[in-house]
Design a protein around this ligand. Sequence first.
Ligand code: SF4
Length: 305
Amino acid sequence: MTKRVVTLAHYYTQPEIQQMADKVGDSLELSLYAKEANADIIVFAGVRFMAETAKILNPQAEVILPDAGSTCSLVTQTDVAALAKWRKQHPDHVHVSYINSSAEHKALSDWIVTSRNVDDIIAHLYAEGKKVIFSPDRNMGGYLNYQYGYDMPLWSAVCEVHDKFNEAALDEAFAVAGAEKYLIAHPESPLPVLKKADYVGSTSGMLNWVKQFSGSPDAVIFVATEDGILYNMGLARPDLDLRQAPIYAGCQCNSCPYMKMNTIEAVKRAQQGVGLRIDYLSREQMDAARLPIERMLEFSQRYYA
Ligand code: SF4
């Protein structure tokens, strides 16, 4: 019998990969799609933690990552044994983890969040009188502490792509961009960049901001996130002057090397069943990691209904 193959692609993959996919989205959208997917095989053109999340949410499906090297610096900079020790040092805190984390990391968490719902979930926990520790992204956690006056202890890992955006390069770009300019930024960026932003939000949030933009047609919009999303933004609003925020003068070149490992050939091979099979997680690991993810999904259904 022919196997049903569903291909998912993150916004940060190259346009040709997105065109091959059944669904294109950010982490939360793809997780939800994977959970409900009626598929024998899910090919996940993204990075490994995303494929693991798909497997955890849809354990019946065979999940294949096109290139085994597609990791994420937020994962590789986090030693799970040290994380477990850090968590034990805060026994009266709720441990909130960003979805950009390994399955083992998720299993050590009380809540998983995405960049779309992190503000609301942490506000909800504080409203209940809880104390919170946040991992692994120190830029995202630092922004939340700054923006809302929290005092969350933070784990110290960064996205090696977003962490390259910097104030000096932005100031130079702003200086020559004309009278009307905007910055929209992903919260994985450093705080000095986020402080300058007109909008801070998830990849989908930034895409929506661009779709709804009603300023001058002469405006320049700088986008501080991975360059893949510029493709979707350009499709949605070809009339706008959209530029990736620079990391140094003259550079609109900040790509995620792990996302770009999803080549056309690798995705085609994965659709034939060749790639990294996410079959190494034990049932116990998946059950433990699923709990905080389900908590987030239930919250999102209630809160955003
Ligand atoms: S862009 Fe950053 S957070 Fe996203 S997969 Fe690449 S390294 Fe990880």
